[in-house]
Design a protein around this ligand. Sequence first.
Ligand SMILES: *Cc1c(COP(=O)(O)O)cnc(C)c1O
Length: 426
Amino acid sequence: MTTGSHEMLYARACRVTPGGVHSPVRALRAVAAEPLFVARAAGSRLHTTDGRELLDYCLAFGPLIHGHAHPATRAAVDDALAAGWSYGTAESRSLALAEFIVERIDWVEQLRFVNSGTEAVMTALRLARAATGRPRILKFSGCYHGHSDAMLIRAGSGLAGAAVPDSAGIPPGVARDTVVAELNDEDALAECFERHGKELAAAIIEPLPANHGLLPQRPAFLARLQALCRRHGTLLIFDEVISGFRIGFGGMAEATGIRPDLVTWGKVIGGGFPVGAVAGPRDLMEQLAPEGPVYQAGTLSANPVAMAAGLATLRTLVDTDGYARLRALGRSLGAGLSGLSGLRLQQFESLFWIAPGADAQRPLRRPADMPDTVPRHYPALFQAALARGIYLPPSPWECGFLSLAHDEEDIGRLVELLQDMAPAWR
Ligand SMILES: *Cc1c(COP(=O)(O)O)cnc(C)c1O
């Protein structure tokens, strides 16, 4: 099934799956549109079932740092496939990927592969609870850590630290074990640790929050979080599922010099195949079964095809000076939009977020800083982009991604679109 109108395919999909999609953002409801059906993709382009070519700045929400169907990844996957694709035994492709990573990130001694970012976070939280003997986890408003019960919790109104489920179906007991704090506020954080510190197994944060727009934190805030964790015997978990292997090989831990106790990875680590990982020092990691008492497992974990894709992705990045090239592309985008008013580009290297109507100067560091012009105007921007053959992230809160498959001409088309749209929002 590679051709056909979106309307027809969508109607069929809605009959057999809720909302016609297998992950809610793909329904495009946040941009007042209907799902697009993609037939194939290569480089920076998506090709839809009704024959359109789209310049892709969503890129599967982050994994495709080389763009779609990169030849080196494709060759590694073909090679792995020819050798069979799941053994349920030890094998050498996961060993090769694990060694490639551990050799290059000095504070990581061991890792375990899982199938998604969500799973990596679940495992990190269980490890932290086991290692500390404590029940509760601190998270931050505006950070996303996958869809496990413990992480689909948001701040309640009223009492500071009170938390409520962010989805139906999450028991109140789970919400009680998650404490929610605000980003960018050291005093409130210190108070939170005063009140809950003794019970906190871990604090988990996206060191570069990129799931509620892009909310870069001051290094001083991250440093304070680390200091408070140390003082209270709480483990610090960096959720680098988006930033890992994208903001340099060592992610934000490397960029900031702040080393967490545990890190979670996903997205780029699998190059577009289902891979996640939790990593850290040996003494902590060896608490995992079969070495230690913390149970964790997976029928398809460290799938050899996915491992081959991950290794080819990371090796190509390192061998071709990919990070320097990505930063240069990022600078072109930033330069093309500097001084623009009516629209703000929030950017960190190859990650960007477009905020229609946001003032260019005021720092945006917390969800509460987000102007309401963003959800109001973003759907029009998405649809105008689509009309010009550009696929932007299909939600006002999702980040866009640059890849090594984008070139200066691609960047130019995005810049031109934003320059044309911005005056309407001045
Ligand atoms: C995408 C993401 C996750 C969830 O990963 P999945 O592979 O979708 O389960 C967790 N944390 C962060 C920071 C993410 O960006």
